[in-house]
Ligand binder design. Structure first.
Ligand code: ZN
Length: 240
């Protein structure tokens, strides 16, 4: 079975279209939250995910966009984008986001946006944070997003260590416990501007990270038209 795993799409439709085209064919599409926020096409992104029968979880930006999380917890640019998104999304988008759980399980994987300990806010950015979260999910592996950085933490000989994912990479998985981050589709922040996505091949036992080029200027133009914060659109071309 080929499972396409996407996180932090952030309303970026051209990036979503590019990764879907690159990873096809797949048998299932999983998403790890922050579907909306920052980007100019939240309704279009949700409609595309519905069409692809995506399953998954809600992120902090999604919760804020439907009024389930206080906007004050966001920095200025993020809050401006969250407020724009909240005012713009259709009732159908709102209902679809509201129906998403904060945690989903499809063994051997648990899906959350932030971390099992705090699916909304915690960033799994270090081996220490990954270690603290290992007892908090029952499946062998956990898929997380939120940091926008592709990464794997593995538990080996009692130790937890991080494996940085640079560009396109394949990682063999098995019984070893892993915390896996696919990176961000719509707003990568690891210095690589290409959209990041993960393909799990359960038959081959591999995790494949893909990086996919997409027309960044098209998104930037739409963001400008909507007067979304300039910093959010400029950073797309640097992947930072
Ligand atoms: Zn995000």
């Amino acid at each position: 079975m080929r499972i396409c795993v996407l996180s932090d799409i952030h309303g970026n439709l051209p990036a979503l279209e590019a990764v879907l085209a690159a990873l096809m064919p797949y048998d299932a599409l999983w998403q790890l939250g922050d579907i909306v926020g920052y980007g100019p096409q939240p309704d279009e992104v949700v409609a595309r995910l519905v069409e692809e029968k995506a399953v998954g979880v809600r992120g902090n930006h999604d919760s804020a966009a439907i009024g389930a999380l206080d906007h004050d917890a966001f920095n200025d640019d993020a809050r401006t984008a969250v407020e724009w998104t909240a005012a713009r999304i259709s009732p159908q988008t709102r209902d679809w986001l509201a129906a998403l759980p904060l945690r989903a399980v499809d063994a051997p994987f648990t899906l959350v946006h932030g971390s099992p300990r705090d699916p909304t806010w915690e960033y799994v950015y270090s081996a220490g944070v990954a270690r603290a979260n290992l007892p908090l999910f029952e499946t062998t592996h956990c898929l997380v997003g939120h940091t926008h950085v592709p990464l794997v933490f593995r538990q080996r000989n009692g130790k937890v260590e991080g494996v940085h994912i640079k560009g396109e990479m394949t990682y063999a998985f098995g019984e070893e416990r892993l915390v896996i981050n696919p990176g961000s589709v719509g707003q990568p922040r690891d210095g690589d501007a290409r959209a990041s996505a993960l393909l799990i091949d359960t038959d081959a036992g591999t995790l494949e990270w893909h990086r996919v080029e997409y027309p960044i200027e098209r998104v930037q133009r739409l963001m400008e038209q909507q007067r979304l914060p300039r910093r959010l659109s400029t950073r797309l071309q640097f992947g930072l």
